[in-house]
Design a protein around this ligand. Structure first.
Ligand code: GDP
Length: 207
């Protein structure tokens, strides 16, 4: 596919908000495969989620009052029968902290990532212009450690807002993110929908 070309193949026939969990007890039972999305505030996570789900405004921006410290869960059904959940993990400090400094919230998110049955992939978002910083590096390291339950969790790295770079600067910027992460990266734009099908393909491969 040429850069900037928009291709929509994965059609979402149904997408709905199912839960805003503040602790592990308020998570819905793990009856479906799940994909979590993580990234610092303003990286473009809500925009990407809405593009993936083809629902404008379903995932709300992280500065929506009252939505900051919730794990928002969405149920998504595609036209080919694929049925899964998306877990929106709002941006938070992934940096290492002592046990005493860890909030109940962090315990919940880390417990989710380490122990959730059905969690198949975590999409880690970075702004293509900022690249991978210490916080994302720590998150990726955390995700590569052994889990408390069986089953691998794929880490899918996405560089957002690629439309903000002129075409000539995109490839080197993506290459830089790829080298910093030590693996492939999907370039994504919420403006052109570039990268949407590639991300769907990576998610499918992880399920
Ligand atoms: P979140 O805080 O990670 O959920 O980020 P949002 O999705 O709310 O996006 C933050 C800001 O970046 C908003 O002003 C968006 O319009 C803008 N934005 C998000 N994605 C893109 C993108 O792919 N391209 C451009 N140009 N702007 C984007």
């Amino acid at each position: 596919m040429k850069t900037g070309e928009t291709r929509v193949e994965t059609r979402v026939v149904d997408a709905a908000f199912v839960a805003g969990a503040v602790d592990s007890a308020s998570l819905p039972p793990p009856t479906l495969v799940e994909v979590a999305f993580a990234g610092r505030s303003n990286v473009g996570k809500s925009t990407l989620l809405n593009a993936m789900m083809e629902r404008r405004g379903l995932a709300r921006t992280s500065n929506t009052p009252g939505c900051t410290r919730q794990l928002n869960m969405f149920e998504v059904r595609c036209n080919d029968g694929l049925h899964l959940r998306f877990a929106d993990l709002p941006g938070y400090g992934w940096a290492k902290r002592s046990k005493a400094e860890r909030s109940q919230w962090q315990e919940m998110i880390e417990g989710y990532l380490k122990g959730r049955a059905g969690l198949k992939a975590v999409v880690v978002l970075v702004d293509v212009r900022r690249g991978v910083e210490e916080e994302e590096r720590q998150l990726v390291d955390f995700l590569r450690q052994p889990r408390d339950v069986s089953g691998k969790v794929a880490v899918i790295l996405v560089a957002t807002k690629v439309d903000k770079l002129v075409t000539a600067r995109r490839k080197p910027a993506l290459e830089k993110v790829k080298n910093a992460a030590g693996g492939p990266v999907v370039g994504f734009s919420g403006v052109t929908a570039e990268g949407r099908e590639e991300l769907w393909a990576r998610i499918r491969a992880a399920l």
